[in-house]
Design a protein around this ligand. Structure first.
Ligand code: ZN
Length: 394
């Protein structure tokens, strides 16, 4: 009898332990909001739930601080890692009409390089505004910062007086050429940290005005744009293009593969994350042909309401193209340029046609990938660079 009792107690204890550990596991399991995590109708309901959590600016600021902390925690960047030496390389200068391009790289972490193109104005008096240009996942014959639309965007901004840094995602451009794969498990962490260090890099340049830092990117580059703007208040102006959506969270693990949107304590979405830009100037570029199709009636009003708490609704705008599809095509760039000119104090003289308002891109020179490489036979990669696929220590 006594033996039976002991056995029963042991079974009950074992069962309760396994229930407890299952509960612990469920609690510890990260909640990921990937891709179309919820429907458009559910997104509208979620925005209403979130809007009900604050009624004034103080309450919003408290919520915004919690969202910022959740993003950094989810991205394994909380507290922010120590800034290590950038050891920047800037070389291979090419001179064109009204601007120059150099190949540039810096170490976001010791041995982990971020590769890019540095566009600078020619014949304009400094100090200059600094603009980061992250890119999305579109590949084609030459993807990322090698794409024609990305080169046009950077060159045109440089011709108007901005120092522009266009940089590779992991596994694109030079990063891909050197053997890194976009499937790297730290992609979200590395790209968010690379953007933060991208501002450090711009600020380290003697000709850049630290008070005028902008960022713009499309699709996956739009995700990088609003994540950076949310976590780094040095961003003065942001233009996320075709990515701010309340129902779509980004389809790649570099956008939604870590628990930045939802925890047991707090739910948010990319529309609210974009609202963390407030009260800084923010332009949402949206189209009818992707997940930003509802922006004028769903995401934009939510974000505008947040700007209203600051009394700054004039700082947020939406340029919507109902008949257009995904991408940073000429029409979208034409919407972004005047916003950057206005808010970063660029000089559009000689670039914009005062009669039509059209920004001339015909003077831009489209470079070939080989010209844009940072490291090549003549300029070898430093020997301490991490091997492709390495886990990067933070
Ligand atoms: Zn990605």
């Amino acid at each position: 009898m006594k033996q039976h009792f002991v056995l029963i107690v042991a079974v009950i204890l074992a069962a309760s332990t396994s229930i407890a550990s299952a509960a612990d596991k469920a609690q510890a399991e990260p909640i990921l909001c990937r891709g179309n995590y919820h429907s458009e109708a559910d997104a509208v309901k979620q925005l209403a739930r979130m809007a009900a959590t604050y009624k004034n600016l103080d309450q919003w600021k408290a919520r915004a601080a919690n969202i910022r902390k959740q993003i950094l925690t989810g991205a394994n960047l909380y507290p922010l890692p120590k800034r290590t030496p950038l050891n920047a390389v800037v070389h291979k200068k090419r001179t064109y009409e009204g601007y120059t391009v150099e190949s540039a790289a810096f170490e976001a972490r010791p041995g982990y390089f971020v590769y890019g193109s540095l566009y600078r104005p020619l014949g304009k008096k400094g100090p200059h505004a600094g603009i980061l240009c992250p890119h999305g996942h579109a590949r084609g014959p030459a993807g990322g910062r090698l794409r024609a639309d990305q080169q046009h965007r950077c060159a045109t901004l440089a011709r108007m007086g901005a120092v522009v840094f266009s940089y590779d995602m992991i596994g694109f451009g030079d990063s891909e050429h050197l053997g890194w794969n976009h499937g790297h498990k730290q992609a979200l962490t590395l790209q968010t940290w690379s953007s933060i260090r991208g501002i450090d890099f711009l600020e380290s340049l003697a000709d850049v005005d630290k008070k005028r830092i902008g960022v713009t990117g499309c699709s996956g580059g739009g995700t990088q744009t609003f994540l950076l703007t949310a976590v780094d208040d040095r961003v003065a102006v942001a233009v996320p293009v075709v990515m701010v959506s309340a129902h779509f969270f980004g389809g790649c693990h570099c956008e939604s593969g870590m628990p930045i949107h939802k925890t047991a304590e707090l739910e948010t979405n990319n529309a609210e994350i974009a609202a963390l830009a407030a009260p800084r100037p923010l332009l949402l570029v949206s189209v009818g042909g992707d997940w930003t199709k509802n922006t004028p009636k769903v995401e934009y009003p939510y974000i505008r309401n947040v700007y209203g708490l600051y009394g700054k609704t004039s700082q947020v705008e939406n340029a919507h193209f109902p008949k257009e599809g995904h991408g940073y095509q000429r029409s979208k760039r034409q919407a972004m340029y005047p916003f950057m000119v206005k808010h970063l104090g660029l000089d559009a003289k000689g670039v914009v046609d005062p009669k039509t308002g059209d920004f001339d891109e015909s003077k831009n020179v489209l470079e070939k990938p080989e010209q844009m490489r940072v490291f090549d036979k003549e300029n070898p990669l430093p020997s301490h660079a991490l091997k492709p696929g390495s886990t990067v220590a933070f």
